[in-house]
Design a protein around this ligand. Sequence first.
Ligand SMILES: Nc1nc2c(ncn2[C@@H]2O[C@H](COP(=O)(O)OP(=O)(O)OP(=O)(O)O)[C@@H](O)[C@H]2O)c(=O)[nH]1
Ligand SMILES: [Mg+2]
Ligand SMILES: [Zn+2]
Length: 343
Amino acid sequence: MAKAKKLTKGQHRRIKKNLAGKLKQNKQELWQDSELGDAEQGVIVSRFGQHADVKSSTGEIIRCNIRRTVDSLVCGDRVQWRPGKETKHSVSGVIEAVHERISVLSRPDVYDGVKPIAANIDQIFIVSSVVPAFNPDIIDRYLVATELTGIKPIIVLNKVDLLDDETQPLIDQHLSLYQAIGYEVLKVSSKHSQGLDAIEQRLIDKTSIFVGQSGVGKSTLVNQLMPELDLLTQEVSNVSGLGQHTTTVARLYDFPAGGFLIDSPGIREFGLWHLTPEQVDRGFIEFQEYFGYCKFRDCKHQDDPGCALQQAVNDGHISPLRFASYQRILASLDSNTLTSRFK
Ligand SMILES: Nc1nc2c(ncn2[C@@H]2O[C@H](COP(=O)(O)OP(=O)(O)OP(=O)(O)O)[C@@H](O)[C@H]2O)c(=O)[nH]1
Ligand SMILES: [Mg+2]
Ligand SMILES: [Zn+2]
């Protein structure tokens, strides 16, 4: 059998673009004005490619096409949509417009630039756990993102049942740091239904999202909170030691006691390449009172003489762990060759 020739990245992109163009054309032909009912309001439950599921004001979930004029649409968006008088290829309506967002959580993507993940969120539960690995850098990166968007972060340590004498003190040290600077930290085990009340209480009447690495147990937590959903979960791989990216698309669920909960796909890294150093500065809340007091106005806060931040670390006011994490984030902005794509 002839060996299939590998496509170059450029060819892939062109094919994807052509296909997208064709899909758009088809979609335009799909619905005439006379085939659609009156405009209604709804919320996006999930978005996938050219389609999205909308929850109507009566609670029904309707699969819709997306009008070409709608250029950005994610889970949590409030929309105006129109029902089709009949269903075509399992699509029963069209999304016509998106209402202004009160908040949006975004992350940069190598191919697509800055991508929104979810909209109109009140709080982000940053889920971590000892398996696959406790990763405070990812927590810090999410904290920067939330400080810039005004969305409230809550740090969750899941799988406390797996902590042992070696891991517990290290993780406790990190978590108490977050508590000391004013963040809320919840320790839970979804496996043993431990500590879930605290999450439940905070979900009521809010729109919340669970984020974090793949395999930390986001979907397991959702299942514990809403057993009727029975979401797919998967063990962390024995081979790679990593999560298996089981959840593939963000999806919004009604929380029975009021509010919405979004389960999101796990990430490997949370890039902040799209931010300026000044924005990263704003993301470290306990550093704020020291900015502006360095000896040199253009202090890079590395090993510059007279650095007020470094002094605060020496005096025990800023944790060396957080300071090191801050410097790693700043370094990652510099070393990123893709930055130009996001300008
Ligand atoms: N021991 C223990 N295992 C847990 C706990 N919570 C979840 N797990 C296990 O962790 C694994 C991963 O859980 P998932 O819920 O699929 O993780 P996820 O964060 O949704 O992963 P992605 O969808 O890939 O992002 C599963 O095998 C769960 O059974 C816990 O509290 N304790
Ligand atoms: Mg999941
Ligand atoms: Zn400085």
